[in-house]
Ligand binder design. Structure first.
Ligand code: 5GP
Length: 189
């Protein structure tokens, strides 16, 4: 059985990564990798769907038990990709789409050299800040911190296999679908 492709999508907070991943999974291009996190649940989020929301103590137990493919600390919270969630699906030939920050992206490249890394860029910083504010889910302090992290993250785009600017959502999705198709073809040869 041919293995699935691990697709890691990164990009600054507010760039639209999750919306893109949702559309890709709805259209059958992969299964969304549900990470574990210690961050508080936002309004509208569901445990087991958006994340597995767990305590710091539980997270650290999972680190000790080596239950993560990779994990990181981002804005004072832990986030990690679960082996139990990902490995079986890849082995079953399903693509897994993981939305992770850049440190995770770099670790994935090391662990799964055959993974496809896609970096999503905002059309501009101004647009990014506006999107974060419109989302209305984060405090002012959090928004400023996320903008600061975004400036640093964008420098990492050159280390990704592909960079896509999220200007018009449907075009962005099309571009990523083309990338996935191309990668599948490559593996068929
Ligand atoms: P948020 O709090 O906005 O949901 O996520 C913060 C950042 O953590 C985002 O860039 C998100 O993509 C990233 N993230 C989510 N899950 C994981 C994970 O399992 N590993 C890593 N490295 N980053 C993650």
């Amino acid at each position: 059985m041919k293995k699935g492709i691990f697709i890691a999508i990164s990009g600054p907070s507010g760039v639209g990564k999750n919306t893109i991943a949702d559309i890709l999974t709805e259209r059958g291009y992969g299964i969304y990798s549900v990470s574990a996190t210690t961050r508080k649940m936002r309004d509208g989020e569901k445990d087991g769907k958006d994340y597995f929301f767990i305590s710091t103590e539980e997270f650290e137990k999972k680190i000790a038990n080596q239950e993560f493919i990779e994990y990181t600390k981002y804005n004072n919270n832990y986030y990690g990709t679960l082996k139990s969630f990902v490995q079986d699906r890849l082995d079953n030939g399903e693509n897994v789409i993981a939305v992770i920050e850049i440190q995770g992206g770099m670790n994935i490249k090391r662990i799964f050299p055959e993974a496809v890394l896609i970096f999503i860029m905002p059309p501009s910083f101004e647009e990014l800040e506006q999107r974060l504010r419109k989302r209305n889910t984060d405090s002012e302090e959090d928004i400023l911190k996320r903008m600061e992290i975004a400036r640093m993250e964008i420098d990492y785009r050159t280390k990704y296999d592909y960079t896509v600017v999220n200007n018009v959502l449907e075009d962005t999705v099309e571009e990523i679908v083309d990338i996935i198709k191309k990668e599948i073809e490559k593996r068929d040869i």
